[in-house]
Ligand binder design. Structure first.
Ligand SMILES: [Zn+2]
Length: 103
């Protein structure tokens, strides 16, 4: 089954399950489009974002998580750049990975 990134409620990162929640007022209260919580295995995204911005925030938070789990040592500028690059490639090419999972 295919799941749009903008609708995902779970995502496996580095083989670990993470919940994905859309919450109100993250931008207003935390000055962030999204956030990644290592302890809770949780990605939170502001529910008021456009689909494109929400997906960009999703890729950004996954990149934040990978930076931690894989010990990459990226600074935030690098995380921003890498996640913007990945988001563009994935969005504009509609690439699907994982043989047999597409139904
Ligand atoms: Zn960030």
């Amino acid at each position: 089954m295919l799941i749009r990134a903008s609708e995902a409620t779970e995502v496996s990162i580095a083989g670990l399950p993470h919940r994905v929640e859309r919450v109100p007022d993250l931008v207003r209260d935390r000055d962030a489009l999204g956030e990644f919580c290592l302890v809770k295995g949780l990605i939170r995204l502001d529910e008021g974002l456009t689909v494109d911005l929400g997906e960009a925030a999703f890729v950004h938070e996954v990149t934040e998580a990978l930076n931690v789990y894989l010990g990459l040592g990226l600074n935030h500028r690098q995380i921003v750049a890498l996640s913007k690059g990945w988001h563009q490639v994935l969005r504009d090419n509609g690439l699907i990975f994982g043989a047999g999972r597409g139904g």
